[in-house]
Write a protein that binds this ligand. Structure first.
Ligand code: FES
Ligand code: FES
Length: 156
């Protein structure tokens, strides 16, 4: 149907032309996300200042879904507070882990969790591969929880 096709186009576009696919040189946080099933991985970079995500970007190698999801994630959390971004992540992470407490080692995922995931990532029209779609979100969460990088140069 039309909506499905529209979503598909959006995803394909994000997968092919990912937004914020770069390494900001003023990023003060970073974290790696890796899908052990395929070896795909992203680095997520944040400029986190006074609890606000002033910049977010990513680089790395992933499939179309993980790349599109990462791209959309950067657009969703840009300008949000770290708390807001974490709340987004944790809401659906909780749903995801309901039946499987092994860290992100999903078995089948229930409908509700899937719906939430799709809203979050925009990956609505795929028979979702959850690990792909959540890869960048996990890295984002890790970056928020991490420590500031020891800056090479203080440019302020
Ligand atoms: Fe599902 Fe992490 S366990 S998103
Ligand atoms: Fe590797 Fe999707 S197949 S992240």
């Amino acid at each position: 149907d039309d909506l499905r096709e529209l979503y598909q186009e959006v995803i394909l576009d994000h997968g092919k032309n990912p937004r914020n696919f770069r390494h900001p040189d003023d990023a003060n946080r970073e974290a790696k996300g890796e899908n052990p099933m395929c070896g795909d991985r992203f680095m997520v970079y944040l400029k986190l200042k006074d609890g606000v995500i002033e910049d977010v970007a990513f680089q790395g190698r992933g499939c179309a879904i993980s790349t599109a999801s990462a791209s959309m994630m950067t657009e969703v959390v840009q300008g949000k507070t770290a708390e807001q971004a974490k709340a987004l992540f944790e809401t659906f992470h909780d749903l995801c882990t309901k039946d499987d407490h092994e860290h992100c080692d999903h078995g089948p995922v229930d409908e509700e969790a899937m719906e939430k995931l799709m809203v979050m990532s925009g990956v609505r029209q795929f028979p979702v591969r959850v690990k792909c779609a959540t890869l960048a979100w996990h890295a984002l969460n890790a970056a928020i929880d991490g420590e500031d990088k020891v800056s090479s140069e203080d440019r302020d």
